[in-house]
Design a protein around this ligand. Structure first.
Ligand code: SF4
Length: 223
């Protein structure tokens, strides 16, 4: 792989992707046994660490409740207990049930994919914001929609590729404009961003061994 020169004009989202992939390798996202489980995970992961989501998913699976009809049939108090490890369990139980009703009414994954505007229909649901909607579209439905999170904005503003305070839509537009329209690419890229944020670009960054430090405005003292 040829190495980019490092001048700001030469840095692109593709350059950063190549460096992150070379450093961390394939991430094998999303860790789930079914598309429905991915959607449940996307809702449960709001405002909590993934390890907590895994406990909640394990509880749902053990109770044979990792199923839309089962979640709607059981009483909400029981559902709250199962997902308690994910935090905000009152709110998330209500959101899950709302989503499950939508999922069944829409015709599960096949029906969701054929909606005129699947993203808008998800965003119309209470408690589903852009990051959750886009996670569902990309990881569960395999649609080419770039997922943006706080890690994405932190890393790419530090790199100098996005302005401070950039919003969700403009961040997403940046990636959509620079990358091929590919769900597998968007899948891997978002997972690599999460890995990079955990390994090096933390709140207090570890820049000394960072694979993209040669291209980073923050590292070069410009931010
Ligand atoms: S050099 Fe530091 S601030 Fe820049 S991307 Fe790497 S870890 Fe983050």
């Amino acid at each position: 792989m040829s190495r980019p020169s490092g001048s700001p004009a030469d840095r692109t989202a593709t350059d950063i992707y190549r460096l992150l992939f070379a450093a961390y390798g394939p991430q094998h996202w999303w860790p789930a046994q079914s598309a429905f489980e991915m959607m449940v995970g996307a809702i449960l992961t709001q405002n909590t660490a993934w390890t907590n989501v895994e406990k909640a998913i394990a509880n749902l699976r053990a109770a044979a409740a990792l199923d839309a009809q089962a979640m709607l049939t059981m009483d909400e108090a029981g559902l709250r207990e199962l997902i308690r490890p994910s935090g905000f369990f009152n709110q998330k139980a209500a959101r899950l049930r709302l989503f499950c009703a939508y999922y069944l009414q829409t015709g599960r994954e096949a029906g969701m994919r054929t909606l005129p505007d699947p993203r808008a229909s998800l965003l119309a649901l209470n408690g589903i914001g852009p990051e959750t909607a886009d996670s569902i579209l990309l990881y569960a439905l395999g649609m080419p929609v770039f997922v943006v999170d706080a890690y994405t904005r932190r890393i790419f503003t530090r790199l100098g590729l996005l302005p401070e305070g950039v919003n969700y839509a403009d961040t997403q537009d940046f990636f959509h404009a620079q990358l091929a329209n590919s769900a597998p690419l968007f899948n891997e890229y978002h997972a690599l961003i999460v890995q990079h944020a955990k390994q090096h670009c933390r709140v207090k960054p570890d820049c000394s061994r960072c694979p993209v430090s040669g291209f980073c405005s923050y590292r070069q003292g410009k931010r």
